[in-house]
Design a protein around this ligand. Structure first.
Ligand SMILES: Cc1cc2nc3c(=O)[nH]c(=O)nc-3n(C[C@H](O)[C@H](O)[C@H](O)COP(=O)(O)OP(=O)(O)OC[C@H]3O[C@@H](n4cnc5c(N)ncnc54)[C@H](O)[C@@H]3O)c2cc1C
Length: 481
């Protein structure tokens, strides 16, 4: 009986538990598949930059399978409800008796997987689910009352004690050994054509060319970036991570988002840079703290399905009178707000598909607290632009910034973009990189040019006034809730 490995957001060969265990227990051939679902692309949404990154990594996986004499099929379906039948058909065609995959936790993905498992099990095809997206799988950490954690600090305490003393095995999947043992290589000639045809509508040269120049493709490149970060930059991370003009963070998020790297590989690499206990090294502990935030938001999404239906975690904020002003929103999207740090951040996003973490907070707060635009519009725009788009982290970040989330920024603590700019981009190097209209502005004026440059807009909103109004509106709402 053959085994089918269904790849989703785990596009790697190493440290892939479903692939590793699937291969180990495989009595026949192992083949791979990926399903491109039109509905997921439109609704989630999966953006063209990330689709390019997925495509490039599928190409590599397909080559690895082909070298081992294995087939790797890319199926295209219109709706999520078509997935079970598509997989079942592939299983029937290829003599598959077992399906293996790694879990995904947002609601639609859980529903889709449940339907697939029900369909296949009804046909006596065994299904096995593994966990790789979070270092500590969702559901594993609960409070003393057996409820999900809603606050980061106690969650991170429980997380640290869960991983303490665990050695963590990095799985290596030996595709070639399985190939040698097999005497019935599966058809693979047309596999590449299936992949190319499926992705062709999304791969526009204008999108892919800039991405190719910015992001290296492949597990080897991702591991090299992790090694470089741990060797050269993790020391100093706690300080450097806040300054967008310097390369103070790992920039591994695009790889983590589609699973070219596992969080376990990241944790182990960082942990092993420390002679003693990793938690005693401030820089490493701080970086691991970010991996814990990543796990935290995944646990939250898994525990509270309403979040996958675009609902806020703090129910009282449902009543907030958000703005839906299209012109204001467009100015924010295009980096034309007249607030230099926000504009530089949005242009970094639009040009590179990535934005520095501090600026994600600053630009999200500006949209939700100064323009009072519904956080879900910003959330969607980020999903449409980010090469590292990740529903859990993005939803968590937006709900944190909008004060609608669990353990979010309190509504009265609103970041002032100008002070953030003065503090974290003091000499304006980052602003000048992305807002060339301001390159000749000198001194502190760079943070608030306010009409001194002809081709740069005046601030679209008064920061103090809009802040005060927002706080008053939240206060009223909370009072009546
Ligand atoms: C409004 C908003 C939206 C966001 N949207 C996304 C998103 O779509 N995808 C995404 O991966 N991250 C998102 N983040 C979190 C964070 O900004 C990015 O993960 C980080 O900037 C990626 O850069 P890095 O790889 O250099 O991070 P590093 O600082 O090197 O951190 C290492 C890894 O930890 C994880 N991480 C870091 N910070 C966070 C965080 N606050 N929450 C969850 N995980 C984190 C990422 O996987 C990151 O690659 C968002 C944050 C905010 C405030």
């Amino acid at each position: 009986m053959n085994t089918l490995m269904w790849f989703r957001s785990d596009l790697r060969l190493s440290d892939n538990p479903a692939l590793y265990h699937g291969l180990k227990a495989c009595e026949g051939d192992m083949l791979g598949c990926y399903i491109l679902c039109q509905q997921f692309i439109d609704e989630h949404p999966i953006n063209p930059r990330q689709l390019w990154f997925i495509y490039e990594h599928l190409k590599l996986l397909q080559q690895a399978f082909a070298r081992a004499g294995r087939a790797f099929k890319v199926l295209t379906v219109k709706n999520a409800s078509d997935v079970p039948a598509a997989i079942h058909e592939l299983c029937a065609e290829q003599g598959v008796g077992k399906l293996v995959f790694n879990a995904e936790y947002p609601l639609n993905e859980l529903r889709r997987d449940k339907a697939v498992v029900a369909t296949l099990e009804a046909e006596n095809i065994n299904c096995k689910r593994y966990h790789d997206r979070a270092l500590v799988p969702p559901g594993m950490l609960t409070t003393q009352q057996d409820t999900p954690y809603k606050v980061y600090t106690p969650f991170s305490r429980a997380w640290r004690s869960q991983v303490k003393g665990v050695t963590f095995k990095i799985y290596q999947s030996d595709m070639n050994a399985i190939a040698a043992a097999s005497d019935s290589p599966l058809a693979k000639g047309s596999d590449r054509a299936l992949l190319d045809d499926a992705f062709a509508p999304y791969l526009k040269q204008s999108v892919t060319a800039p991405m190719q120049a910015l992001w290296s493709v492949g597990e080897r490149a991702a591991k090299a970036a992790l090694t470089d970060f741990c060797r050269d930059r993790v020391a100093g991370y706690q300080h450097d991570r806040d300054y967008p003009a310097t390369e103070g963070t790992s920039r591994l998020s695009p790889y983590l988002a589609i699973g070219v790297l596992s969080p376990k590989q990241c944790f182990v690499a960082a942990r092993d840079t420390v002679g003693g206990f990793w938690g005693d090294d401030e820089d490493v502990a701080c970086w691991v703290g970010e991996l814990i935030w990543r796990d935290f938001y995944m646990h939250i999404i898994a525990a509270f399905p309403a979040l996958s239906r675009h609902r806020p975690m703090q129910v009282y904020t449902e009543g907030f009178a958000w703005s839906y002003n299209k012109d204001d929103f467009q100015r924010w999207c295009q980096g034309q707000t007249g607030i230099p740090i926000v504009d530089a951040a949005m242009r970094q996003l639009n040009q590179t598909g990535w934005m520095h973490n501090r600026l994600r907070m600053v630009s999200a707060m500006f949209l939700t607290k100064n323009l009072r635009i519904d956080w879900r519009m910003g959330e969607r725009y980020f999903m449409e632009q980010l090469i590292d788009a990740d529903f859990c982290a993005n939803n968590g970040g937006w709900q944190w910034s909008a004060s609608t989330g669990t353990d979010a920024a309190p509504y009265f603590r609103i970041m002032n973009p100008q002070s953030q700019s003065e503090r974290f981009d003091a000499d304006g190097a980052f602003i000048r990189r992305f807002v060339p209209e301001l390159k000749n502005v000198t001194g502190k004026k760079i943070h608030n040019p306010d009409g001194c440059v002809d081709n740069y807009p005046a601030p679209m909103v008064d920061l103090k006034e809009s802040r005060a109004t927002t706080i008053a509106m939240f206060k009223d709402l909370k009072g009546t809730a």
